[in-house]
Design a protein around this ligand. Structure first.
Ligand SMILES: Nc1ncnc2c1ncn2[C@@H]1O[C@H](COP(=O)(O)OP(=O)(O)OP(=O)(O)O)[C@@H](O)[C@H]1O
Length: 608
């Protein structure tokens, strides 16, 4: 019994599998980095040189000040008791600090502006590109993984563009500068204090990497927790209905504990970091004092040079530490940019010819000639379909689930291209027609109506963004949606959340009809809702349909008897092939597949 329970629990937990984009770092790749940094190109004559200039000023000032203090203030002005020189030096140091402050302020401001602009451009480029990709691209990916790339991956590049690149430049100059100055001041002392270099190197690379990986693990668990929370809240009604709260809770508890544990490990490692850095600095200072003191005693070094040394040594840690950080950012940037470029390199499978045909007037005559189509290599969805839909006709597509009805509708809108054969609109191959012209002439009403967040009026206006309020209302009136909209709290201005939860299924259907009517297309493709609705709404929808279809070519994936009966032509599909066609009477007399389908539906209705 216990075993059974454990197995059941394991089965339940198997369900909770969330794909997280695990790869956070990738090896350095020059080609990819150059491509990434090409996004800085538009700013190469404005923000970039300005920021670089500010970096050079700040770095130069930081390198000069210790020399001024040690060699000139201490060894010259104070030793020679030269008050005039001392005043000039103090004024110069104060001036340099002010200059460095202003330059730093401007550097941060311009670099942030540059970083944000690059991220803005990159996000825009990616979104525009993804929006134009073909349906096949979206078939193969979850909405979540696309969102992650547009948001998280691009955000993770932000730090690289705002600080990383410019810090790299600043730190390299600073390190070379410090080394050169230290060597020119005292080569022996430089070599002596360099004993701390390997420890610093270890801290800024290995230890830091280790800490960073631990934080990445925390983030992975947090994102798993987020995914689970998201699914739990979205599916709460189903969870409660199937009394799965306990199983849900046990999974939540598991991930919650994992998140907590990973956080504990990461913060423990993190706690080691600062004390170790301070210890290293202390070792460096000890070597400096011990060795420096003997050099001063031998009179091979002045106090001023010793003080300058101390200043430079204090400055040494910062660039080394930051270089390690930039390297990490680059590796993370490689992984993010690889994922972003993978999307950007994706070409739309359905594309427009250069000399695409612009259609002035469309009659709406559609013809399929030997159309074969497969979504993937394994299965063929349409196996040589020949059909004709005359302009203005209503054609119903019927058949068992998976028989190819939606596929035919998808091909008419050219969401996919046929694997072989051709589809003609008013005698022109769809591939020759401008995509925009084609899709503007077609309205698609899906089974599950998509309601966008916004007002009811906005949702109807989606069919024609230039429509006036009167035109929106007229469309709603023609469809018979006006009265229920008027009864909503703010009428046409009622806000509906995404997916239109405050509306009933039938009301959502009517809105989608009004939306399609407002677009005034020549061709309507309609996937009839299968949801059962009350007779009154059914009548309303049927009347609305009549208005919508009048004078247009209509392709209906039909589920309702009333719609099928009134169609001019009924196409019966089975496993991607047309097995019968004709009007209702003709097909009933044939007593074939259609007759069986209708009989089954009729029996079902009677049973209800
Ligand atoms: N995006 C897709 N990727 C891969 N295969 C698909 C895709 N969409 C549909 N198919 C497959 O193509 C075949 C035809 O599907 P289609 O959606 O055209 O059927 P349908 O007649 O509209 O079914 P239903 O009445 O259930 O909507 C099915 O075998 C289905 O599994």
């Amino acid at each position: 019994m216990k075993n059974e329970k454990r197995m059941m629990n394991e089965n339940v937990l198997k369900r909770f599998h969330y794909s997280t984009e695990q790869v956070i770092e990738k090896p350095f790749n020059w080609k990819q980095m150059l491509r990434l940094f090409s996004y800085m190109k538009p700013y190469r004559k404005t923000l970039l040189p300005l920021a670089i200039l500010m970096v050079l000023i700040t770095t130069a000032v930081r390198l000069i000040i210790p020399i001024l203090i040690g060699v000139y203030v201490l060894d010259k002005a104070i030793v020679d008791k030269d008050t005039g020189l001392l005043t000039i030096l103090i004024a110069a140091i104060a001036g340099l600090y002010t200059l460095s402050y202003v330059a730093n302020f401007l550097r941060i401001r311009w670099m942030n502006q540059l970083g944000q602009s690059v991220i803005y451009d990159l996000r825009k480029h990616l979104f525009t590109h993804v929006q134009n990709l073909s349906h096949r691209f979206f078939d193969q990916r979850s909405a979540g993984s696309i969102l992650v790339r547009i948001m998280n991956d691009i955000n993770s590049l932000q730090e690289l563009f705002t600080n990383g690149v410019i810090n790299l430049l600043m730190d390299i100059i600073l390190l070379i500068g410090i080394f050169a100055i230290l060597f020119s001041l005292s080569p022996e002392l430089t070599l002596a204090v360099m004993v701390i270099l390997p420890i610093m190197f270890f801290i800024s690379t290995s230890l830091r990497r280790n800490i960073r990986r631990s934080w990445q693990t925390v983030r992975l668990f947090q994102s798993k927790l987020n995914s689970h929370l998201n699914e739990s809240i979205q599916g709460i009604r189903v969870t409660q209905a199937f009394t799965q709260e306990k199983e849900n809770m046990s999974f939540f508890d598991g991930v919650n504990t994992e998140t907590f544990e990973s956080w504990r490990v990461a913060s423990q490692k993190n706690a080691m970091f600062r004390p170790l850095v301070e210890l290293t600095n202390a070792v460096g200072t000890a070597v400096l004092i011990w060795f420096g003191a003997s050099l001063i005693q031998n009179e091979t070094m002045t106090i001023g040079i010793f003080v300058s040394f101390a200043f430079y040594l204090g400055m040494f840690w910062e660039p080394i530490s930051r270089l390690g950080q930039v390297y990490n950012q680059l590796l993370m940037g490689m992984a993010s940019s690889e994922r972003i470029f993978e999307f950007l390199d994706e070409k739309p499978i359905v594309s427009e010819k250069k000399e695409a045909l612009h259609l002035e007037e469309v009659k709406g005559h559609i013809e399929f000639k030997d159309v074969v189509f497969s979504y993937d290599e394994k299965r063929t969805a349409l196996k040589g379909v020949n059909l004709e839909m005359k302009a203005g006709q209503t054609v119903a597509l019927v058949g068992h689930t998976g028989s190819g009805k939606t596929t035919i509708a998808n091909l008419i809108s050219r969401f996919y291209d046929p694997t072989s054969g051709e589809i003609l609109l008013d005698g022109h191959n769809l591939k020759d027609i401008s995509l925009k012209d084609l899709r503007q002439r077609i309205s698609v009403v899906l089974q599950e109506t998509f309601i966008f967040s916004g007002t009811i009026a906005d949702n109807i206006r989606f069919g024609n963004p230039f429509a006036t309020d009167e035109e929106v209302q007229k469309a709603a009136e023609a469809i018979g949606a006006h009265s229920f909209i008027e009864n909503l709290p703010n009428g046409y201005q009622t806000e509906v959340e995404e997916r239109g939860n405050i509306l009933s299924v039938g009301q959502r259907q009517l809105i989608s009809f009004a939306r399609a009517l407002l677009a005034d297309p020549r061709i309507i493709i309609l996937d009839e809702a299968t949801a059962s609705i009350d007779t009154e709404t059914e009548i309303k929808i049927q009347t609305a349909l009549k208005t919508l279809l009048e004078g247009r070519t209509a392709v209906i994936i039909a589920h309702r008897l009333s719609t099928i009966r009134e169609a001019d032509n009924i196409i019966v599909l089975d496993h991607g092939e047309i097995i019968e066609q004709g009007n209702h009477e003709e097909l009933m007399n044939l007593q074939g597949e259609y007759y069986q389908l209708i009989k089954a539906q009729f029996n079902m209705l009677n049973a209800v």
